[in-house]
Design a protein around this ligand. Structure first.
Ligand code: OKP
Ligand code: ZN
Length: 343
């Protein structure tokens, strides 16, 4: 399996996030990708740099004004004499206007963001764009006949919606990969999200579509981030009704229950009979994760990979979360090697 990685991921660094009432160093840090790269290299995977893609590829799933905001936000911030990380502090919640985008940078930031845990720094755009290109390249490889590919994306993407950023995510890498496969003739694409957190952005992007099935196994939003999407009664709308499946699980979930949810997810994907599969691969379901509360052990990741291989569909893996940095490489490589039946 080929791995697509860009050293530009490291340009997104140095911010703080609001966590349980305090500004703390970001959990989503550059060393995550370094450790994953080390593990997949040690496992013998070939590593490639991403190709570049025209801006229009981003606009297949994102709003043009939103993309322009991400591209220019930090430069505008600097032009006002500010430096360092940008965090929003006001959002268009109930009773406030959403039909007008404020011209000032703070208002515009709050308009496009949905949390205060996703700082923008000088290199954020460069890193997010490189991650999107990693996902698009992995999808291109699969569209050209590879059986599988892995996009080592950082920053992650599944919380980023059509015109929304948050949850450490700016551009939705997995949605871009799925759309690329659609545009290259794969008529039906399934997107399985196994990150601990619900992929609200991916769900938003494909909500009204029947050509992309979105299935997510995640911690219940009753108690877990992103709180306001990911409930079991969300099933898609319009043409997309029945093409979103959420399988929320409680804090403390262990492999036995996780594995049962994975069976349900695989059955739904099997009935959809996709031409390709995109996996939003977060490994923050790990028992040692500092911001999550599932209890998967290291040995379960190869088993997860083996199970996914059972679908026998061309597969693009896209990196999402995972914050137990010391074990992140082993857990990711475990899924990929399990998929290839190497363990
Ligand atoms: C991104 B991904 C801790 C509370 C949660 C955002 C979590 C984003 C997870 N500050 N903050 O899905 O792994
Ligand atoms: Zn996550």
């Amino acid at each position: 399996m080929k791995v697509v990685h860009s050293p530009l991921h490291a340009r997104h660094d140095g911010g703080k996030e609001l966590h349980r009432g305090e500004l703390v160093p970001c959990f989503e840090m550059p060393v995550r990708a370094d450790y994953i790269l080390k593990a997949v290299t040690r496992a013998g995977f070939e590593v490639l740099e991403p190709r570049s893609f025209p801006q229009e590829s981003l606009l297949r799933v994102h709003d043009a004004g939103f993309v322009e905001f991400l591209r220019t936000a930090h430069a505008e911030w600097q032009a006002l004499g500010k430096q360092g990380f940008m965090l929003p502090s006001g959002f268009p919640a109930r009773g406030l206007r959403r039909d007008h985008i404020p011209s000032g940078i703070n208002g515009r930031m709050g308009y496009y963001a949905f949390d205060a845990s996703t700082p923008i720094v000088e290199g954020t755009w460069e890193a997010a764009l490189a991650a999107a290109h990693c996902a698009l390249t992995a999808a291109a490889l699969v569209s050209e006949g590879e059986k599988s590919a892995y996009a080592l994306c950082r920053p992650p993407g599944h919380h980023a919606g059509h015109s929304l950023y948050g949850g450490y995510c700016f551009l939705n890498n997995a949605a871009l990969a799925a759309q690329h496969l659609r545009d290259r003739g794969f008529a039906r694409v399934a997107l399985l999200d196994v990150d601990y957190h619900h992929g609200n952005g991916t769900q938003d992007i494909f909500w009204e579509r029947s050509d992309v099935l979105f299935v997510s196994i995640h911690a219940t939003p009753e108690t877990e981030y992103p709180y306001f999407l990911g409930y079991a009664d969300e099933r898609g709308a319009g043409a997309g009704e029945g093409y979103t499946l959420n399988l929320p699980l409680p804090r403390g979930t262990v492999w036995k229950e996780y594995s049962a949810a994975l069976n349900t997810a695989m059955d739904a994907i099997g009935s959809f009979s996709p031409d390709a599969l995109v996996v939003s691969l977060g490994v923050d379901t790990y028992e040692g994760d500092p911001i999550s509360a599932f209890k998967l052990a290291q040995e379960h990741y190869p088993q997860m990979g083996q199970r996914l291989a059972g679908l026998k569909v061309p597969t693009v893996f896209v990196q999402e979360g995972g914050y137990a940095v010391d074990e992140i490489g082993t857990n990711v490589a475990g899924v990929l090697e399990g998929f290839l039946h190497k363990r």
